[in-house]
Design a protein around this ligand. Structure first.
Ligand SMILES: N[C@@H](CCC(=O)N[C@@H](CS)C(=O)NCC(=O)O)C(=O)O
Length: 311
């Protein structure tokens, strides 16, 4: 199998979810360090314009969004070869609650981050996040009026996490870590890695710290640096793999293989990606796209959080 390549940058906390997932599975992987904002001239052609981070690449197969990247790593590196992300039959709950947690926590977490370090955000970063990603101004002054509400939202979400861990269990589903632990960890990690220590008390994180440390201890696996050019070349040299885990007529809404479609995130960075439907299920869709330089690609998306429209 071609190498497992992750396009990411260190501040990217959704990338941290995947880095720890690679650690949980104990995998060797290639680490492509990309800029924290576009232009990303060697990544954009591979994703068909999808702009968010992280992106997983395996040859000429491109996987967008952590809601698909984790199930994909589970499929490519299943137990018992590697520990599962879904112990004790937790896959459905872990996937559903991960989606809900990310959606509920992202803006409040950025609000608290901005409260502590927003004055250090470069103006061009704030402009990019407003115009090309979130649609809101994330500077400290613009986020400040919302801070009390953002803290309420963090406290209310953290409350169920504390309740779930209150019996002293090591992880949310028991002794083994799951995808849901990694999801909940990632937003807290954005705050703890970038804010002064008082964030723990302000955001109500103190009772969660033993669990947080256990997730941190999973590590990042075995990353080996790779240049953006080398990753691009790997896509050019590979052919996309015909999906055997999905069916050509597997779209629950009846879209057939060969149909031209656009796929667009339904929350932010709403850049439509165009291609021809290859195969689908109710949890994944894969399209073929041909880039003039990278050649044939299969670009995979989760169904949760994306709108698929016949073009
Ligand atoms: N639902 C997406 C969200 C990804 C996301 O919002 N990532 C942030 C970085 S942590 C991002 O793309 N920021 C804008 C950028 O880097 O261009 C996922 O789970 O992968």
């Amino acid at each position: 199998m071609p190498e497992t390549i992750l396009h990411h940058y260190s501040l990217s906390t959704f990338s941290e979810k995947v880095r720890v997932a690679l650690g949980l599975k104990g995998l060797a992987w290639r680490s492509v360090d990309i800029p924290a904002a576009p232009p990303r001239p060697l990544l954009a052609p591979l994703t068909g314009g999808y702009r968010r981070v992280p992106v997983l690449q395996v040859g000429a197969d491109i996987y967008c969004d952590t809601n698909l990247i984790l199930p994909t790593l589970e499929r490519l590196f299943p137990p018992p070869q590697a520990p599962s992300f879904y112990p004790s039959g937790s896959e459905g709950i872990a996937r559903g609650l991960s989606f809900a947690w990310d959606r509920a926590m992202w803006i409040p977490t950025i609000g608290v981050l901005a409260h502590f370090i927003g004055d250090n955000f470069p103006p061009e970063f704030v402009k990019d996040r407003k115009e090309g990603y979130l649609g809101i101004d994330i500077s400290k002054s613009a986020m400040a009026p919302e801070l009390p509400m953002h803290l309420q939202q963090l406290h209310a979400q953290n409350a169920w996490l504390k309740t779930a861990l209150a019996d002293g269990r090591r992880f949310l589903f028991g002794d083994a870590p799951s995808a849901l632990d990694l999801t909940c960890y990632q937003t807290l990690c954005l705050l703890r890695k970038n804010c002064p220590p008082e964030v723990d008390a302000l955001a109500g994180l103190v009772p969660l710290l033993p669990w947080y440390d256990r997730v941190t201890a999973l590590g990042h696996g075995k990353p080996e640096a790779m240049t953006e050019q080398a990753a691009f070349d790997a896509a050019c040299e590979a052919q996309p793999v015909a999906p055997t885990h999905l069916q050509a007529d597997g779209d629950p809404d009846g879209l057939r293989a060969g149909t031209s479609v656009t796929i667009t995130p339904d929350d932010n960075a709403r850049v439509p990606v165009s291609g021809t439907l290859v195969a689908a299920s109710d949890s994944e869709i894969v399209i073929h796209s041909r880039d003039s330089r990278a050649g044939d690609l299969h670009i995979h998306f989760p169904r949760l959080g994306f709108a698929v429209v016949a073009a």
